[in-house]
Structures are given as C-alpha cells and as structure tokens.
Design a protein around this ligand. Structure first.
Ligand code: SF4
Length: 455
C-alpha cells in the first residue's frame, strides 16, 4: 500500500452555532483548519498536495482536544491556543506563521509589519504568499493581517469569515489590557527609525536631546496636546489608537550616543511625545533596551517621564545610573474618579504611588509631576509626602507650549464642565494646589512648570 509509511490524517467536521468547517490532525498535532462552510473537497485537495498518500480517517475523538480549544475561542473564552501543531513549511513560511501567532488577540498588523518583524522588510509579497499558504486558519491567526489602511485583504476562508473573526475579537478584547502588558485598542506597527535622538527644543531646551522609544501613545489622555502636533495630525487613526514600536532602537542609540558624547554634554529627556512605558513595553522591551545602552555608556543626565508603574521593572538598570537619572511620575490628581474622567486608559493612581515607593526604596531619584493640574483633594499633599520630596506642578497654560491655545482647541474645558468643576480650568487653578503643597513641603521642593523638568 502506498500509505504504509505515511502519517494518517484524522479529520472531523466541526459544527458550532453557525460555524461549520473541517479540521484535521496527525497523531502529532493539528495540520489543517478549513474555511467556513467549504466542502470536504477543500481538505482532500490540500491533503493530496501536502500529505500525498496519507489516508484520511474520520475520527471525532482524536480531534476533540483541538475542537474544544477552537470552540472556546469561538465562544470568546479563549484568546490563545495551547494545542500542538504539526505543520510543515519552508523556513520562511514557518517564520511568517510564527510571527502571526505573535499578533495579540483583537489587534491587526499589516503585511509590512510582519515583513519587518521577521527582519525581511523587502519581502512583503513573499510574506503575503506565506500567509495565503497558512494551513491552519483561526489557530494561526492570519485573519489579523490587513492591508495598509486597515483594508480587509484576501483570506483563504473568505472575507466574510475574516470579518466575522475580527469583529468577534474586537468585542472580546478587554479594556483592562494594560495590566497584562498589551495595548488596549491600539494598532501596533513596527518601524525602523533612521535616528533616535532628537534635539531638545522649546519646552525641552534645557536638554540636549529627547528620546522616544515609541511613536503614538496607548494612554490617549484627553488633554494630550501631542494629538495637535504633526506626529498625530499626519496620521490616520485617533491619537491613542496606534503605536509604532521602534525596532533596532538600541543599536541606533548606541551609535548616536557615542557620536553626541564625543561632541560634549548629553542630557536626555525620555520621552517628550509618548510614554516610554507603553503597555506593550512589557513585551517589546524597547525602553529597557535603551536603558541597557545608557547603563553601558551613560549620558550626563537622563529624565524618565512616565505615568506607568511598569517603570519599576527597570529598577536594576536605573540603579546603575545613580544620580545621573531622575524618574518623574505623573500623578495629576489623587482622585481615581477624576483620573478615569480625563485619562480612562492610563494606569490607576494607586499603582503609580506603589511604583514611586519602590523606586524611592531602591534609592532612585524621583519626582512627582502634577502635570497637568487636575482637580484634587485637600489631602493630596499628605498622600504624596511619604513617597517623594520633589514635586513639579504644571498646567495647560504654562506647559502646552502655546500658552494654553493647543489645549483650548481640544475642547478640554468641556470635561471640567461635565463635572461642574469649571473653577479648576484656568491659569490660576494651579495656585490652589501649590498653596496646599506648601503646607507639607518646603518651597524649594516645589517646582513650577519647565523648571521642574530641567536636568
Ligand atoms: S501619557 Fe503623555 S504622551 Fe501619552 S497620551 Fe498621555 S499625555 Fe499624551
């Protein structure tokens, strides 16, 4: 018999609600997930090419572990698969299929993103072909790859199936994903920057350079004036809904830092138009890789500006920089209700206090940036006192680089009116917090606007 040494292919027609497709496995793992409502011929034709001579045997029991996970996924109860695969492909195809498995549930990537991810930026067409050859739909999530502007492109299972899977995942993605280190609703892109250190200008004129590990920001704060700047204006998609991960950033920084240090003093502000501790930093570690470079070749001064407790992950590196670093944590209010009203996607206040405590205990110089000043309670200074001895206050009128005009365009005043707290929106409002701070801190510990962020 021809099939004597050929692995048996077990198959089963999976039916769940209006889902209906064939799945197949060898004794080692899943090999095929078919298209929605396609006949058995799709499987048998594929098997003829890929498993020539292998017998096809219907076996519900053998397929059960695979069916269970796929059904859990279709029910919205599962986001990743743990079952084994037994697919064969070229080295290139396997690299592409593995990259597809890295796209988080509920998100999409373009063909170029995948090409960049596998370090073959010019191989976009070949990536498309490898994606088209993916034998295991759903489980290797090729449905998460879309065209440049989010256009739904070809899919072996048909566009109806692709749309259905993407819609289902969008509904199932949690708004608390930042805790697990994933960007919430943000689309992720991988971009190789040409330069990484930018000249410090305007508000940052006290610094020689600014350093942004990402472009875009998942926190999407309602008052963020970066959305009025070219980086956001020339981009499709709402500010907060997309992130560019700068890959190759560490190698670039190493080179640029050496060059700039040879010229003179180097003081770095990280970051000016993103938060260096994006939720995705948990996985991508771009900021961490930049800190590693700076530990090996320290700049004269580094200010790390963030609102994320993830910064405490890097205490081991920050300690190496000793007094050449200061971590500035944004805590604009002590009220979680106010925080949620203005920055619903940003980390909770309590988590920031905890990070501040960990940093201080590890001996890392810190400050709190009450920036912008949001409505806060009388006892806000008392809550800050145990954790920090340097505070910087800033508001839209001093700190948005346009005397408050950029912020005005955002219509942020309305958000104060929604809470009946209009008196907190105005150039004098920060004085209320300043006065309260003076009851608990020395005058020399409180800095106003730009002076608080100076090296
Ligand atoms: S964290 Fe900073 S950069 Fe990000 S949206 Fe908020 S204000 Fe803008």
């Amino acid at each position: 018999m021809k099939s004597e040494n050929k692995p048996t292919l077990y198959w089963f027609l999976l039916k769940y609600k209006d889902w209906n497709f064939y799945i197949a496995s060898t004794s080692k793992g899943l090999v095929f997930v078919g298209s929605q409502k396609k006949p058995f011929g799709e499987l048998s034709e594929w098997a003829k090419k890929r498993f020539q001579g292998s017998p096809l045997v219907e076996d519900e029991e053998k397929l059960e572990p695979y069916a269970v996970e796929i059904i859990e996924y279709l029910e919205g109860k599962r986001q990743t698969f743990t079952v084994p695969f037994d697919y064969n492909g070229t080295v290139f195809q396997l690299a592409v299929w593995n990259a597809l498995c890295e796209i988080p549930y509920g998100q999409t990537r373009t063909y170029s993103d995948i090409a960049n991810y596998i370090n073959k930026p010019a191989a976009v067409r070949a990536v498309g072909a490898a994606i088209g050859a993916n034998p295991v739909l759903i489980t290797v999530p090729c449905h998460r790859v879309v065209g440049k502007n989010g256009a739904l492109t070809g899919y072996r299972g048909g566009l109806e199936m692709k749309t259905k899977l993407l819609d289902m995942e969008r509904q199932g993605s949690s708004s608390n994903d930042w805790k697990r280190g994933l960007p919430m609703k943000s689309e992720l892109f991988y971009k190789k920057p040409k330069t990484i250190l930018n000249r410090g200008t305007g508000f940052l004129s006290g610094y020689t350079h600014s350093l942004n590990p990402y472009t875009g920001c998942s926190f999407g704060c309602s008052y963020c004036y970066v959305r009025q700047m070219p980086v956001s204006l020339f981009r499709e998609g709402e500010w907060g809904n997309w992130i560019d991960v700068k890959y190759g950033a560490a190698a670039l920084l190493g080179k640029e830092l050496r060059r700039e240090k040879a010229k003179g003093k180097v003081t770095i502000f990280m970051s000016s138009s993103t938060d260096p501790y994006q939720p995705i930093e948990h996985k991508e570690k771009v900021t961490r890789s930049l800190l590693e470079v700076m530990v090996d070749d320290p700049p004269d001064f580094l200010l790390v500006q963030t609102r994320s407790p993830l910064v405490s992950r890097d205490i081991d590196l920050l300690q190496h920089l000793k007094d050449r670093v200061r971590v500035s944590i944004t805590i604009e209010t002590d009220s979680e209700t106010i925080r949620k009203h203005f920055t619903p996607e940003a980390p909770p206040i309590q988590a920031r206090f905890k990070a501040l405590q960990k940093l201080a205990e590890a001996g890392i110089p810190t400050q709190v940036a009450i920036a912008p000043v949001l409505p806060s309670g009388e006892y806000f200074p008392d809550k800050l006192k145990p954790f920090v001895n340097r505070i910087c206050i800033d508001d839209y009128f001093m700190g948005d680089g346009s005397g408050g005009k950029r912020t005005k365009k955002l219509g942020i005043e309305k958000k104060y009116a929604e809470l009946g707290l209009e008196e907190w929106y105005g150039p004098q409002a920060y004085k209320k917090v300043y006065k309260r701070l003076l009851n608990r801190f020395l005058k020399k510990q409180i800095f106003i606007s730009q002076s608080g962020f100076e090296p």
